[in-house]
Design a protein around this ligand. Structure first.
Ligand SMILES: [Zn+2]
Length: 222
């Protein structure tokens, strides 16, 4: 049954396009049309080549954890269900000091809207000084037992200081991550989330379409 009171879904994934911004040491994104109706072919068809961590994507534990789960083994309710968007004020990193006020509970899905969303996706060049999850905040999130965190640029960890600790801590601590979200059109609050990564066998990561819908008065609706 269609509930007319429900708000429309908001697309928080980044459009994939040829030569779009990517992590500097990862392969580029290439999307080329190899059959073209304009050129007399009977159909349009493209060949796509890119790193598995391009655009909006889910990281699987095996990205940083030997023998960790692949993206095909993600429990679907990790990425489908209620999520909370938290707006981060700190312009450098996400810290436990800022997070403590939000009373984050076990099993929550948390998406961090940082300053990144206001500018990073408008640029063609990679932004090095994006807001990231600090090492201490990664420990904090694992300790709180969250099941999912999302961030609005290409890594949960820092580019300049290295992101291994944050990735390893989250991914070995039972926290799945979504990277590369665009949260510009979203404000803090509760939402329904759907974010399904491609079912790549033993995949270390996979591109995903991510959408949010505001939840009225705290009612879960998925
Ligand atoms: Zn990743």
């Amino acid at each position: 049954m269609i509930d007319k009171a429900k708000q429309p879904w908001i697309d928080i994934s980044v459009p994939l396009r040829d030569a779009m911004v990517h992590w500097p040491s990862d392969p580029p994104v290439s999307i080329k049309r190899v059959k073209d109706i304009e050129q007399g072919d009977t159909a349009n068809l493209s060949v796509i080549s890119m790193g598995s961590h391009s655009g909006t994507h889910v990281d699987a534990p095996i990205h940083f954890v030997k023998k960790g789960k692949g993206v095909d083994n993600i429990p679907l309710d990790t990425v489908v269900g209620r999520a909370r968007v938290i707006e981060i004020k700190d312009s450098e990193s996400i810290t436990p000091e800022e997070l403590v006020q939000y009373r984050i509970r076990r099993g929550e899905r948390i998406l961090f809207k940082t300053e990144n969303s206001s500018h990073v996706w408008q640029k063609d060049e990679f932004v090095e000084d994006f807001v990231f999850i600090s090492d201490a905040a990664a420990d904090f999130l694992v300790d709180r037992g969250v099941r999912l965190v999302g961030i609005d640029y290409l890594s949960v960890g820092s580019f300049k200081h290295g992101g291994s600790y944050v990735h390893k801590t989250l991914l070995s601590g039972g926290v799945w991550t979504i990277e590369g979200l665009d949260l510009l059109k979203v404000t803090r609050g509760n939402y329904d989330l759907i974010c399904l990564p491609l079912r790549i066998i033993a995949g270390d990561g996979a591109p995903a379409r991510a959408i949010l819908r505001p939840v009225a008065h705290g009612k879960a609706s998925i």
